[in-house]
Design a protein around this ligand. Structure first.
Ligand code: HEM
Length: 124
């Protein structure tokens, strides 16, 4: 049995590296396409693709392109788009937050104590 063909995956950082009119990649419905050479062939002009990019899914589907447009896509496809994982706060981050919140509270209490005691002038 043949091994499954390798599927290339790209993320948002990859798209950022190909984000100029001379080298332009887009995402359409979870797939990445190199549209650099297609930009000048687009019947509605190149700017409409760039203005709707890099994720052109809404723009492309919103226009309701005919079958002819989908035929181009098979020549331009590079691979799958992979969302970057959402960064969960680490335990260290959580402890850091707790530390500053507690410190802030203690400083607040201390300031209140000073303001209402004889330490800094007459009591209120
Ligand atoms: C790789 C992506 C795209 C491909 C392959 C593509 C392809 C095409 C093709 C083949 C046509 C001619 C359709 C026909 O024969 O009636 C067309 C028209 C059009 N496309 Fe795209 N398109 C792409 C992206 C976009 C995007 C992102 C937009 C933005 C909204 C857009 C807007 C339009 C418009 C407005 C027309 C109509 C032009 C007219 O009838 O004068 N396209 N496109």
């Amino acid at each position: 049995m043949n091994p499954p063909p390798h599927v290339w995956e790209f993320n948002a950082s990859d798209l950022l590296l190909h984000n100029t009119p001379d080298d332009y990649w887009v995402v359409l419905d979870g797939k990445v396409y190199d549209v650099t050479l297609f930009l000048d062939l687009h019947p509605a002009g190149r700017n409409i693709i760039i203005d709707n990019g890099p994720d052109i899914t809404r723009g492309f589907l919103g226009i309701g392109h005919p079958e002819r447009a989908y035929d181009y896509l098979s020549d331009l496809v590079l691979g799958d788009f992979k969302e970057d994982p959402v960064q969960e706060p680490t335990t260290a981050h959580r402890y850091n937050l707790l530390y500053w919140a507690t410190l802030g509270l203690l400083l607040g209490l201390f300031a209140y104590h000073c303001a209402t005691s004889r330490l800094w002038g007459a009591p209120i």
